[in-house]
Write a protein of this length. Structure first.
Length: 135
């Protein structure tokens, strides 16, 4: 009998954690690409949103955890509103960020922010960055 890929035989701990945190089933994605087509920052990502879903299905979650994509995602929800399968892709992105942040893997260290930036950036930008990019 040919090997059949299902959510049960390919899930790893990280995928299970992503599903637990996000409440989304990544295995429902059928790769239509609508999420990536509407993402306003996809050009700055190293892995497009629909590829994140596919890589998660294949269990290669380290690639996603180490990607720029999850930090560049602005949580605008465009992908979530466009998905014909009703998958909240933004929540999946957030779940990957959360897993990293829980391990203290964060792209922003408040102690390393340039003095000039601290003076010039709007406080709300700093608050938003601290909330999203620090553990
Ligand atoms: S929530 Fe993130 S991945 Fe989705 S469209 Fe917005 S920026 Fe792109
Ligand atoms: S829009 Fe939904 S079904 Fe289509 S690729 Fe993105 S996550 Fe998958």
């Amino acid at each position: 009998m040919p090997y059949k890929i299902t959510g049960k035989n390919i899930k790893n701990n990280i995928v299970e954690k992503v599903e637990e945190i996000s409440g989304q089933n990544v295995f429902e994605c059928y790769q239509c690409g609508n999420c990536s087509a509407g993402c306003p920052v996809v050009d700055y990502m190293d892995i497009a949103p629909h590829q994140v879903m596919r890589i998660a299905q294949l269990g290669a979650t380290e690639e996603i955890l180490n990607s720029k994509t999850i930090w560049i995602c602005s949580a605008c929800l465009q992908c979530s509103t466009r998905c014909p399968k009703g998958i909240d892709v933004a929540k999946v992105m957030e779940a990957f960020r959360t897993i990293n942040l829980r391990k203290r893997v964060a792209p922003l260290n408040p102690d390393e922010i340039d003095e000039k930036d601290l003076k010039e950036l709007p406080p709300i930008a700093l608050v938003g960055a601290f909330r999203k990019l620090t553990g």
